[in-house]
Design a protein. Structure first.
Length: 425
């Protein structure tokens, strides 16, 4: 029989999953990595220009380090703020706000007439409102666009700040030495505006797929703590607190070699240049680790990956105690980077599975803020222990003790999962 003339053909049902793991999803991931690598400049620029700023304003080293402290505090608070904005209005709002703040912040710094105005611009515009939008919120957004390869996607996105650490310091150092720190800051601000705004407005223009379109409605974990749902004895905020405690603890341990490896090499007589090479090696292997951890997470889950990473990090950190030869330090630095790089992405994977998708920005933002707070606390604490003891041995032991907290929490999560508690990663 022939079709009746003018008959309307039924529309083909949309492909299950919609945009999930589509070309646009991968394009969005690439944009998020680029935004993280460019916007991550706020985590590293103050470290590079600190000596020049100290000479410019004629202040003590502690005073010159104040902007870095304000940036660290801004990243902790801003990560949560930007995560909430992403949950409420979508990712473009915090990213565009962060881009504008970064651009204006670096321009304002280039014109600063005093250390106070310099520090405020760094802390508020670059830290609180700028770089904070380029880490946790982007990771949370990317997690919505992948299902089977979510672990890999989250790990790739989280590599953005490590790429920033590998790329920006030598670039900044070159321009500070040849043009001065003020023109360098002005150039960074203009570069951020010129590159990041198009990425945010074009690549991030579409909202995240709805849970039903992603096929996640049936898999979405029920809010823990509601009557009749396992595990009824654990409240969501308690679970969030445990993840944040684990994040602080692992990063207190992580910060010891990352923050102090250069000073450690100077104390051993190897020189600052050798220590900088070890730090670069550590970060480079950290990128490799994050990529590998994504593949692992897609197969064993976030909690098991966290347990594996935290255990291996402890093993690598312990190697700094018996070995302090130049070659051995290069090897241990590479191992440390290779073992610890996958820890932070695993938190995003756990939070994304543990809590409802609509809360991803806030929940992941809180955990990422905790990891940054752990880095800040651990860097200071290791220095204080060194001042008190005259050796980094006690600081390494301190890091190992904090690391045990993370291992215990991760092991608990894995046991709950093996016990088939549905609210866990």
């Amino acid at each position: 029989m022939s079709r009746q003339a003018g008959a309307v053909l039924p529309r083909r049902a949309p492909r299950e999953g919609g945009d999930v793991e589509s070309f646009h999803a991968w394009l969005r991931l690439a944009a998020a990595m680029a935004l993280g690598a460019i916007g991550g400049v706020g985590m590293w620029s103050m470290v590079v220009v600190l000596p020049a700023v100290q000479a410019e304003f004629g202040v003590a080293r502690a005073g010159a380090a104040l902007p870095y402290t304000l940036v660290a505090l801004g990243l902790v608070v801003g990560g949560v703020l930007m995560g909430r904005l992403a949950d409420r209005f979508g990712i473009r709002v915090p990213v565009v706000l962060g881009t504008l703040s970064l651009g204006l912040g670096y321009i304002a710094v280039s014109l600063a007439g005093s250390l106070t105005s310099f520090a405020v611009a760094y802390g508020v515009l670059i830290g609180l409102l700028g770089t904070s939008a380029m880490f946790g919120p982007l990771i949370a957004d990317v997690s919505h666009w992948f299902d089977r390869r979510r672990g890999l996607a989250v790990a790739l996105c989280a590599s953005g700040n490590y790429l920033a650490g590998a790329i920006w310091p030598p670039v900044l150092q070159h321009f500070v030495a040849t043009a001065g720190w003020r023109p360098t800051h002005l150039g960074v601000g203009l570069f951020c505006l010129a590159t990041m705004l198009p990425l945010a407005l074009i690549a991030l223009r579409r909202p995240v797929p709805a849970p039903a379109a992603r096929g996640e409605a049936a898999r979405e974990p029920p809010p823990a703590g509601r009557r009749g749902e396992a595990p009824a004895e654990i409240r969501p905020d308690t679970l969030q607190g445990l993840l944040m405690l684990a994040g602080v603890s692992c990063c207190v341990a992580m910060s010891m070699p990352q923050v102090h490896i250069v000073a450690y090499c100077v104390d051993l007589g190897y020189g600052a240049a050798r220590g900088a090479e070890m730090l670069a090696l550590m970060l480079a292997f950290g990128v490799v680790s994050r990529l590998a951890s994504g593949w692992i997470m897609d197969r064993i889950g976030g909690a098991a990956t966290l347990l594996l990473g935290a255990t291996l990090q402890a093993a690598a950190l312990a190697l700094f105690l018996p070995f302090d030869g130049l070659v051995s330090l290069y090897v241990i630095s590479a191992l440390f980077g290779l073992f610890q790089g996958g820890i932070v992405p695993s938190y995003a994977m756990i939070a994304r599975t543990l809590f409802p998708a609509r809360e991803a920005g806030t929940r992941i933002g809180l955990v990422m803020a905790a990891t940054l707070a752990g880095m800040a606390l651990g860097g200071w604490l290791s220095g204080a222990i060194f001042d008190a003891t005259g050796s980094y041995a006690a600081a390494i032991v301190n890091g190992l003790l904090w690391n045990l907290v993370t291992i215990a929490i991760a092991a608990w999560l894995v046991v709950r999962r093996l016990g088939r508690r549905p609210a866990f990663a």
